[in-house]
Design a protein around this ligand. Structure first.
Ligand SMILES: NC(=O)c1ccc[n+]([C@@H]2O[C@H](COP(=O)([O-])OP(=O)(O)OC[C@H]3O[C@@H](n4cnc5c(N)ncnc54)[C@H](O)[C@@H]3O)[C@@H](O)[C@H]2O)c1
Length: 344
């Protein structure tokens, strides 16, 4: 079988720890080109990964407009997600774009429409769907073991992007990032809530604040959502968490409670009250933390297989759009200081 020829657009931190190493370890794909306007970054990753046969460009259009790649991975600041993805789709390339999918739902809708019109794959890197813990939790909930869902609590907090990438400026600039902790971390959890419960978000209310970062986006956001079965869900997304990052989801059902990563990052705690009392732990291998140099996460391999027609996409473009709509509604609610409805 011919290998999928992939171009990497953006050679920043997530490209370094997730996309490039996973592309290089795939038997099904070949990294053929890379682009970043920052020539130092290009030199750095070229040296680190010995990318001697990989074409490198400072203008991404040299990749999207060329005929030497079948697919691109877009890992650039948020305000460029839509423009780069649409350009790639229109030039016949499949796209894996980073989260948040776009800076607003108008842009995200255009991306969905473009993927439909061009009949190309568009996947958003809602990476938390690919954690084995979350896959297992989804399976348990789907089996009906914990019964009807009543409440979900989700949290994602760490000390901020300045402790993640050297290129931090854009994360704090609304014109480039569009969102703060909500779009950076909260977006993962709103997507995960929909994915593991199978429920939709119908209403939401939130408060946001900027207390620590020199930023014009929020560094703390707390919200409550009403789900399609009437259950409530809470979201805590922040960049002010000292010590270990918090990254968990707890689902309270009528028969049991499922805690993913709340007591220990590698553990699922399962408490079943009916029909038999049971308290068990499912311990899975910890995947990685932000400290690790290489995220062994199957999202890149899955994208490659989707492009090659070997798997159905786990993340549909509409899922990326829905996450953007929810985040937008949280911000609207915070501004208006009232509960807002979510359509679609
Ligand atoms: N899915 C996840 O778990 C996850 C984790 C971290 C970051 N991300 C997302 O990945 C994206 C990138 O984040 P990061 O942490 O790597 O940021 P970063 O700042 O480290 O890297 C971004 C890179 O994009 C480059 N860039 C800017 N303009 C460009 C252009 N026109 N063409 C090509 N490259 C360009 C920058 O020079 C920089 O090297 C963001 O949208 C972020 O939200 C996702």
């Amino acid at each position: 079988m011919e290998k999928l020829r992939v171009g990497m657009i953006g050679a920043g931190k997530i490209a370094e720890v997730l996309h490039i190493p996973n592309l290089l370890s795939s038997d099904l794909a070949e990294l053929v080109a890379i682009s970043d306007p920052n020539a130092d970054r290009l030199r750095y990753v070229t040296k680190k990964f010995s990318l001697t046969n990989v074409k490198s460009f400072t203008d991404y259009r040299d990749i999207t407009n060329g005929d030497f790649v079948d697919a691109v991975i877009v890992a650039v600041p948020n305000h460029l997600h839509a423009v780069v993805s649409i350009d790639a789709l229109e030039h016949g390339k499949h796209v894996l774009v980073e989260k948040p999918m776009a800076t607003n739902s108008i842009e995200a809708t255009r991306m969905v429409e473009c993927a439909t019109n061009t009949e190309k794959i568009l996947m958003v890197n809602h990476s938390q769907r690919f954690f084995p813990h979350n896959q297992k939790a989804r399976e348990i909930i789907k089996s009906g073991m914990i019964g009807e869902i009543r409440l979900v609590k989700a949290a994602f907090g760490h000390s901020g992007p300045e402790n993640w990438t050297q290129n931090v400026g854009w994360f704090f600039d609304k014109d480039k990032a569009a969102f703060g902790a909500l779009g950076d971390l909260g977006v993962h959890k709103v997507d995960l809530i929909r994915y593991i419960t199978g429920l939709e978000v119908k209403e939401c209310v939130a408060l946001t604040a900027t207390l620590e970062k020199n930023a014009n986006v929020e560094d703390i956001a707390n919200g409550v959502m009403k789900l399609s079965n009437g259950a409530l869900a809470t979201l805590d997304a922040n960049w002010i968490t000292r010590g270990l990052e918090e990254n968990y989801i707890v689902v309270y059902g009528e028969n049991g409670t499922l805690k993913v990563g709340q007591t220990d990052p590698s553990k699922i705690d399962l408490y079943i009250a009916k029909p038999i009392a049971y308290h068990g732990e499912i311990v899975l291998k910890p995947l990685f933390t932000n400290e690790d140099p290489y995220w062994k996460l199957p999202v890149v391999e899955h994208f490659i297989k989707v492009c090659l027609g070997m798997e159905q996409p786990i993340v549909r473009p509409e899922d990326g759009l829905m996450s953007i709509k929810i985040i937008e509604k949280f911000l609207e609610s915070s501004k208006l200081q009232k509960v807002v409805e979510i359509d679609g």
